[in-house]
Design a protein around this ligand. Structure first.
Ligand SMILES: NC(=O)C1=CN([C@@H]2O[C@H](COP(=O)(O)OP(=O)(O)OC[C@H]3O[C@@H](n4cnc5c(N)ncnc54)[C@H](O)[C@@H]3O)[C@@H](O)[C@H]2O)C=CC1
Ligand SMILES: N[C@@H](CC=O)C(=O)O
Ligand code: NA
Length: 428
């Protein structure tokens, strides 16, 4: 049995979780990897800081290059985050012939194409199961379990922070800022929480999922991204009354050999399983042309849940079952973004109006000018001044038509505020 030396870059939530899980499940991990694993070094910012894991047998250094240049270390775990220094360190580690495991979705989504090519050139592995949906083994499912399928759709709640916020707003009627503050305190949020609430983190993960699912290069810049900061508790309440739950969803769909990728708040039918993925949990729906719909659920963030994925990659490398060609690099498909204007969709509209007779008739008529019907509608008086919220669900139409209709409706003098438009996905 060999002794495999590991160096960790960053000993925070995920790094600390990795050390703890390696300790707690040592016997099983040795049996499954066939080798002894020894974390010999860790790079930290502050040597004196208290940590969530023991560090007695780990040599701590403030110079991460000492780890990637150390000849005795064969696998480097990059768990410090960021796309500057982390990239330089991973490149150096690969050039020194080391395998790398990372949880850094921002880095993989942005520089994954070149980093994977570099790893291939140096015949080393660069694995990142923890980067997408934390503890859920979703990349392995796509790469291995679903490899017989043509993937048609990937749709997921893949950011724990934004899902936590929406769930708190929905279940406890809390406001956005209050729920975000708690998500930060619970350690779910990214170093820059804008990444979570503006959908950037979801887009990073979606880029990785789409690349894996459709066999194309990583295309983070092609993803249309919209955050949840505009979602009010009123919209959540109205959506519920209309039979939907608002979720922050990343979707990658193949349409006539083009790829549609977007991240946005979305109304999902309350009867759909994804609408019941709550709090920090993640849920991913994958549709394959042989298997049909499959659904994956589990913790999308957290120290030991994320460590579970990091260590699974590490075990793959040690027992030699990791695959260099995880994106199908030998035969990448050239697939481009499709024009979203003509894509069929259902919409939720919410208007704030000064009440007077004939408003609903006007709205119906204007929508009808663009062949749009109202499938469900509700009204709520919101103050003593007789102002009303009107929330409605359309039939199947498209982006271009709804935007034109909304521009026309917006011109009526009784419309007080900008009309809110949210996509509805039936996920069929
Ligand atoms: N927290 C979570 O649940 C998840 C995190 N991730 C990803 O894992 C990575 C790490 O995240 P966390 O553990 O949550 O962050 P963290 O902030 O808890 O830990 C990062 C650690 O790296 C250290 N570090 C940063 N720069 C350093 C440097 N130059 N030299 C030495 N140490 C340095 C920091 O001091 C900190 O202790 C990020 O890429 C994150 O996006 C991925 C999945 C889930
Ligand atoms: N900030 C992320 C952490 C895991 O990827 C999230 O909230 O999902
Ligand atoms: Na994962």
């Amino acid at each position: 049995m060999l002794l495999v030396n590991i160096g960790i870059l960053g000993l925070g939530t995920v790094g600390g979780g990795v050390v703890n899980v390696l300790n707690k499940n040592q016997k099983q991990i040795i049996r499954r990897s066939g080798n002894n694993i020894n974390v010999t070094h860790a790079a930290v910012r502050d040597i004196t800081q208290t940590r969530i894991c023991p560090t007695k047998n780990i040599k701590l250094t403030q110079d991460p290059f000492q780890i990637v240049n150390n000849d005795d270390i064969s696998v480097v775990l990059e768990l410090m985050g960021g796309v500057g220094l982390a990239k330089n360190l991973i490149e150096q580690a690969i050039k020194n012939g080391k395998h790398v495991v990372t949880a850094n979705k921002a880095l993989i989504a942005t520089y994954g194409n070149e980093l994977l090519a570099l790893a291939k050139d140096y015949n080393t592995h660069l694995l990142f199961e923890a980067a997408v949906a934390g503890g859920i083994p979703i990349l392995k499912s796509l790469k291995d379990g679903l490899s017989a399928n043509q993937i048609e759709l990937v749709a997921g709640i893949i950011n724990g922070t934004s899902n936590f916020i929406l769930t708190e707003m929905h279940n406890k009627d809390r406001n956005f800022q209050d729920a975000l503050k708690e998500a930060k305190a619970l350690g779910y949020a990214e170093a820059n929480p804008t990444f979570d609430v503006e959908g950037i983190d979801t887009a990073h993960k979606l880029a990785i999922l789409a690349s894996m699912a459709f066999g194309c290069e990583l295309q983070f810049n092609q993803i249309t991204t919209e955050g949840i900061s505009n979602i009010s508790s009123e919209d959540i309440t109205y959506a519920t009354k209309l039979g939907y739950t608002i979720k922050h969803i990343g979707i990658a769909k193949k349409l006539n050999d083009k790829l549609q990728m977007h991240v946005r708040p979305t109304l999902v039918p309350t009867t759909h399983l994804l609408s019941n993925v709550n709090g920090v949990m993640n849920g991913i729906l994958i549709k394959g042309n042989a298997v049909g719909e499959t659904l994956y659920y589990g913790a999308g963030a957290g120290d030991e849940a994320t460590a579970s994925s990091v260590i699974a990659d590490l075990i793959d490398i040690i027992r030699n079952t990791a695959n260099h060609d995880i994106f199908g690099w030998k035969s990448l498909i050239n697939i481009t973004k499709c024009n979203t204007n003509s894509i069929a969709s259902i919409f939720y509209l919410r208007l704030l109006v000064t009440n007077k007779s004939g408003i609903v008739k006007d709205i119906k008529k204007t929508l009808a000018n663009y062949d749009i019907n109202i499938e469900a509608i509700l009204q709520k008086k919101i103050n003593q001044k007789n102002d009303l919220h009107i929330a409605l669900i359309t039939n199947l139409t498209n982006n271009s038509k709804i935007n034109k209709a909304v521009t026309d409706i917006q011109k009526y003098d009784y419309i007080i505020d900008e009309i809110k438009i949210i996509f509805v996905e039936t996920l069929n």
